[in-house]
Design a protein around this ligand. Structure first.
Ligand code: FEO
Length: 394
C-alpha cells in the first residue's frame, strides 16, 4: 500500500482493521477501526508518530519496506496503550539507530509493558521541541484524554496537530481525509462515549486548547484526518458541555415482561409530555447505542427484574458501566418487579453513586403492576417532566 501524503512530506502510514468487531472487549464497532501512524520526513531526520496494534505489526513493517523507508531516526510515542505503542519494539529492532521520543509517563509504561530499553528512550517535557531540519515537532503533554500519559505532537511549520486518541473515531477509510456527515459523526460519538466521556472535563479543556492553536488539520490516532478541525471540535464542545438534552434513557431487563411493561408505560407518558426517550434492551441491545444515549441524557430510568434477592446481573452491569462512563445525567430512578423478595435497588444505587444523581422515588412491584402502580408511574413521569422543565429543556 502506497502511503498517502497528507501535506508536504507528511504521510499516513497506519492501517485499517476492518475485521475488528469489538473494542476493549466492550463496545461493538460498526465500521472497524484504524490505527493511525504518521511518517514525517524532515530535511535532516525522519520521524514516525505513533506505531501499531501488535497483531498488525508484520503488515505495518512490510508497508514501510514497500514504501522504501530504510531509516527512521525518531519514534514519537504519544501514548503507551498498545494499539499505538505495540510495534515500538519491532521498530527499534528494524531501525537500530532509532530513538523513542516521548514523555516520562509513556517511558515508564513502555518500559514496563513492552520491555523497551530505557537507553533508547529520550524524554520530553511540555512544549519541548525536536528538530527534523526543516520541520519541528513540539510536544504538548495532555494528560487525561484519555490516559495519564497522553501527549499531542504539533508539527510546527506545517501547522498539523497529532492528537492521539483525542478527537478520534473508530472508522476505516481508503482516503485518509474525513468525509463529514452523519455516519462519521455517529462513529465519533460512539468512540467519545466509551473512550472520552469519563474524562469530560479534560475534553472541554483540550477542545479549547486545540481551537486556540488553530491547526490546519487534526490528525488523530483512530479514524480520519480532519482538514476542517471545527467539524470534530464543535461535536466535542457539544458532547462535553455541562448542559444535557431533553432525553431520558431507559435500559431495562425484564424476565416475565412486567418490568418492560412499566418501562413502556413511562415512555408513553414522557413522549406525551414532549420528552425524548431511548428504550434499551440490556440483554439484546448494542452497548454502543446506550453509551451514545448517555452522552446527552438528563435522566436515567433503570429497569430490572429481581434475581436471587438482588438486581438482575445484566442491570447491575449497566449500572456499573454508567457509573464509570461518568455521563452528565442529573436525575435517575428505578423500576422493577420481584417474585419473592430481596433488595433490588440498593446495589444499583451504589453503582451509580459516583454520578451524584438526584434520585426520584423508584417503584418496585410484585409480579405485574396494578392500577395503583400505574398511578405511581404517572408520578415518576411528572417528576421527570418537572425536573426537565426546571432545566429549561422543555
Ligand atoms: Fe487508541 Fe488509548 O489507545
Amino acid at each position: 500500500m502506497k502511503f498517502q501524503e497528507i501535506k508536504n512530506g507528511i504521510f499516513y502510514c497506519g492501517l485499517n482493521d476492518c475485521d475488528r468487531e469489538v473494542f476493549d472487549e466492550l463496545i461493538p464497532l460498526e465500521h472497524g477501526t484504524s490505527y493511525n501512524s504518521y511518517l514525517v520526513k524532515g530535511s535532516d531526520k525522519i520521524a514516525i508518530i505513533d506505531t501499531m496494534y501488535p497483531p498488525k505489526t508484520e503488515e505495518y513493517l512490510k508497508n514501510l519496506d514497500d514504501n522504501g523507508i530504510t531509516k527512521i531516526d525518531y519514534i514519537i510515542a504519544n501514548h503507551g496503550e498498545q494499539d499505538h505503542s505495540g510495534s515500538i519494539p519491532a521498530l527499534l529492532e528494524k531501525y537500530p539507530n532509532a530513538v523513542v521520543v516521548t514523555n516520562a509517563k509513556v517511558k515508564d509504561n513502555i518500559k514496563e509493558m513492552l520491555n523497551v530499553d530505557e537507553d533508547r528512550v529520550c524524554v520530553m517535557n511540555n512544549n519541548d521541541e525536536l528538530s527534523l531540519g526543516d520541520k519541528t515537532l513540539r510536544f504538548i503533554i495532555a494528560p487525561g484524554v484519555h490516559w495519564p500519559d497522553t501527549m499531542f505532537t504539533y508539527i510546527v511549520e506545517d501547522n498539523l496537530l497529532c492528537t492521539c486518541d483525542f478527537l478520534g473515531a473508530h472508522y476505516t477509510f481508503d482516503d485518509v481525509f474525513a468525509v463529514e456527515g452523519p455516519e462519521l459523526e455517529h462513529s465519533a460519538k460512539r468512540y467519545y462515549a466509551e473512550i472520552m466521556m469519563p474524562f469530560r472535563t479534560m475534553c472541554k479543556k483540550y477542545t479549547q486548547l486545540v481551537r486556540d492553536l488553530k491547526p490546519e488539520m487534526v490528525l488523530p490516532s483512530h479514524g480520519p484526518v480532519y482538514k476542517n478541525p471545527d467539524f470534530i471540535l464543535d461535536l466535542y464542545a457539544d458532547w462535553s458541555a455541562d448542559e444535557s438534552k431533553n432525553l431520558v434513557v431507559l435500559p431495562y431487563v425484564s424476565m416475565y415482561g412486567s418490568t418492560e411493561e412499566m418501562i413502556d408505560y413511562i415512555i408513553k407518558g414522557l413522549k406525551a409530555k414532549g420528552i425524548d426517550t431511548l428504550k434499551f434492551d440490556i440483554v439484546r441491545g448494542d452497548l454502543g447505542d446506550l453509551a451514545m444515549g448517555l452522552v446527552d441524557a438528563t435522566t436515567i430510568v433503570l429497569g430490572s427484574s429481581m434475581v436471587l434477592a438482588g438486581p438482575h446481573p445484566a442491570a447491575f452491569n449497566i449500572a456499573y458501566l454508567a457509573g464509570v462512563l461518568r455521563p452528565k445525567a442529573k436525575f435517575a430512578t428505578f423500576v422493577g418487579s420481584y417474585g419473592w423478595g430481596g433488595n433490588l435497588f440498593g446495589k444499583l444505587e451504589e453503582q451509580l453513586s459516583a454520578l451524584k444523581l438526584d434520585l426520584i422515588e423508584p417503584l418496585l412491584v410484585k409480579g405485574k403492576a396494578k392500577a395503583e402502580d400505574f398511578n405511581k408511574l404517572d408520578e415518576i413521569v411528572k417528576q421527570i417532566y418537572d425536573r426537565h422543565k426546571s432545566l429549561n429543556l422543555i
